[in-house]
Design a protein around this ligand. Structure first.
Ligand code: PHE
Length: 356
């Protein structure tokens, strides 16, 4: 059998074997790893300037009877090379798509730490909770200014100028008006006066807010602190109503194991007056360091509204009686959450604030 005639290249060039074109195409395609490189190889292997194209052009230089056979083998070679290129293209494109998909993959099972959310400060939350308890008992909520005049902070509360009882409060005066006439309020009691002036009895209200005293911070004192004041004025209000209200509040806020007691005390604006104490939440009344082994913690003061206060705001003390109380919101939070040192509320250490 005579070997199949080889296709001619350019006239006068070496004949080209179609089988070799196929096998060198196979080698080249094996080395290719990207679609871009494949495009280049396609031009080289089957493009207009490819060896294959030149072999086709060289057909004219063959004997007429050889042309059909050589032409057929060249066409066959072209078909095989093109099909190899097609196969490789599908492989590469598939791989590139897979790589793209992999890179874009959204892992729905991934656990991402939730963003840190802020929240209300423990003292704010305590204030809200205290308000809620009193609202539940039928009280309204009122507020007054933090910068107060002498009249509201002292005088109308039965402490005339130079009265020694003013020494109970370490007052911070503001450089406003005459000397020692405007101050940062030392308690929320001035809001009692404002409320009684603004609306006559009956009054059932609590008045929360910031207070200021020239105190050195320690475990149970901070110079800027919070109080919630209470005022009830109506016909026939007695000390029993005060004691009952305080006890109802105490169990509602601190839980059934915690009780209140009132110890005789003195305030210029109440008569009689009492200190309001609750069972120590740390030791449940058994005695510990926090409560100085008494089993009780002082939260604030209270008493029956002094007739002199009613006189200052023009309420007839023969017709109306009332009680008032004022206690520390910070102190409540400290007791409720069993926090040994109150200063952590204002150190702004998020490691602490996150826990409380
Ligand atoms: N205002 C008082 C204080 O800050 C507390 C108090 C309020 C006492 C109401 C009696 C009545 O110490």
């Amino acid at each position: 059998m005579t070997p199949p005639p080889a296709a001619g290249g350019e006239p006068g060039s070496h004949p080209i074997d179609p089988e070799e074109l196929v096998s060198s195409a196979v080698d080249r395609l094996e080395t290719i790893t990207t679609v871009a490189a494949l495009d280049e190889a396609q031009t080289d292997l089957v493009g207009k300037r490819s060896e294959l194209a030149r072999a086709h052009q060289g057909l004219v230089s063959l004997e007429p009877d050889e042309r059909p056979e050589v032409g057929r083998r060249l066409n066959e070679a072209r078909r095989r090379i093109e099909s190899l290129i097609g196969d490789r293209r599908r492989e590469l494109e598939g791989g590139e798509r897979a790589a793209r998909l992999q890179a874009d993959r959204l892992d729905l099972t991934e656990v991402i730490a939730p963003p840190l959310r802020g929240r209300l400060h423990i003292v704010e939350r305590t204030r809200d909770e205290l308000e809620d308890v009193f609202i539940g008992m039928g009280f309204a909520v009122a507020e007054g200014p933090e910068a107060e005049t002498d009249w509201y902070n002292f005088e109308a509360l039965h402490m005339p100028p130079a009265h020694p009882a003013r020494g109970m409060w370490d007052t911070l005066y503001l450089d406003l008006g005459g000397p020692e006439t405007v101050m940062l309020r030392t308690h929320t009691s001035p809001v009692q006066i404002r409320l009684m002036e603004a609306q006559g009895p009956p009054i059932y209200a609590v008045m929360p807010g910031k207070c200021y005293r020239r105190d050195t911070p320690d475990a149970r004192h901070i110079p800027t602190f919070h109080q919630i004041e209470g005022l009830v004025v109506d016909r026939g209000i007695s000390f029993a109503d005060l004691a009952g209200t305080i006890e109802t509040f105490t169990t509602a806020y601190f839980g059934p194991d915690i009780h209140s007691r009132l110890r005789p005390s003195y305030f210029p604006f109440t008569e009689p007056s009492a200190e309001y104490e609750v069972t120590c939440t740390i030791c449940k009344g058994n005695g510990c360091r926090t409560c100085s082994h008494t089993g009780w913690i002082e939260l604030g003061g209270c008493g029956m509204v002094d007739p002199a206060v009613f006189a200052a705001v023009g309420i007839d003390a023969e017709e109306w009686t009332g009680f008032a109380f004022g206690f520390g919101i910070d102190r409540c939070a400290q007791m409720r959450h069993e926090i040994p040192d109150m200063r952590v509320f204002f150190d702004n250490d998020v490691r602490v604030l996150r826990q409380i």
